[in-house]
Design a protein around this ligand. Structure first.
Ligand code: ZN
Length: 223
């Protein structure tokens, strides 16, 4: 007798219309703790927290933005990913919508990516594409394609080797008065970059490699 399939995880529902809220989405009760707690390292070579703990840095030595965890409290922000859950979903290959295991077949993990404008598209797209969006499971792929504001033209892609590439976030640099000033723009930074010591990460960036069929028609994601 075949084993019963594992019960699929379900996304949290929110509001009068029972909108599915992605596992990785940030909620309004989840607060950043940034200003006043950052300082320059005693040797002057980069950022640190005044009360820094080992968990504040990843294994590449990059400092991460602090964000409290209160999933389900307040209002969901569908356009913003939670630092910790985004990272956890990437490392553990969890579905970004329900938080359960992402879909994996012999062709790789399932990702949904936005089809680029024609100018960007090359023959081997999406090979080498950088992404901050964790994978999905099959039931959630349809939900994400329907609700995700970033996916107006979604393409399902199987990825054999999602490779940790670097971080997304912003630079925080000292000013003339000895204070620290966050740069207004967001950046992606590869691990090993010489400026990483002045960077505050908020999301993990992976590179999609050994991708299968960028032209996979949506709806055939289980192939
Ligand atoms: Zn899912």
């Amino acid at each position: 007798m075949a084993a019963a399939p594992a019960t699929p995880a379900l996304p949290l529902l929110w509001g009068r219309n029972n909108l599915p809220v992605p596992y990785a989405a940030r909620w309004s009760a989840e607060r950043a703790a940034m200003r006043g707690v950052l300082t320059v390292r005693p040797d002057g070579r980069g950022l640190a927290y005044r009360d820094e703990a080992p968990a504040d840095r990843d294994r590449h030595g990059v400092l991460w933005a602090r964000l409290t965890e209160a999933q389900g409290e307040g209002r969901p922000d569908f356009g913003s990913l939670h630092t910790v859950r985004q990272r956890r979903a990437m490392f553990d290959m969890l579905c970004q919508v329900c938080g359960g295991p992402a879909s994996r077949t012999s062709r790789g993990w399932l990702f949904l990516v936005q089809r680029p404008e024609t100018a960007e598209e090359s023959a081997d797209w999406p090979e080498g594409l950088l992404s901050t969006k964790p994978p999905v499971c099959e039931p959630c792929a349809a939900l994400a394609a329907r609700y995700c504001p970033h996916l107006t033209d979604p393409v399902a892609v199987r990825v054999r080797k999602p490779r940790v590439w670097g971080v997304f976030g912003g630079f925080v640099v000292p000013d003339a008065d000895g204070g620290l000033v966050p740069s207004p723009d967001d950046h992606t930074l590869p691990y090993g970059h010489s400026a990483a010591c002045w960077f505050l990460a908020s999301q993990l960036v992976i590179e999609l490699t050994r991708c299968w069929s960028a032209c996979e028609p949506f709806g055939m994601v289980g192939a």
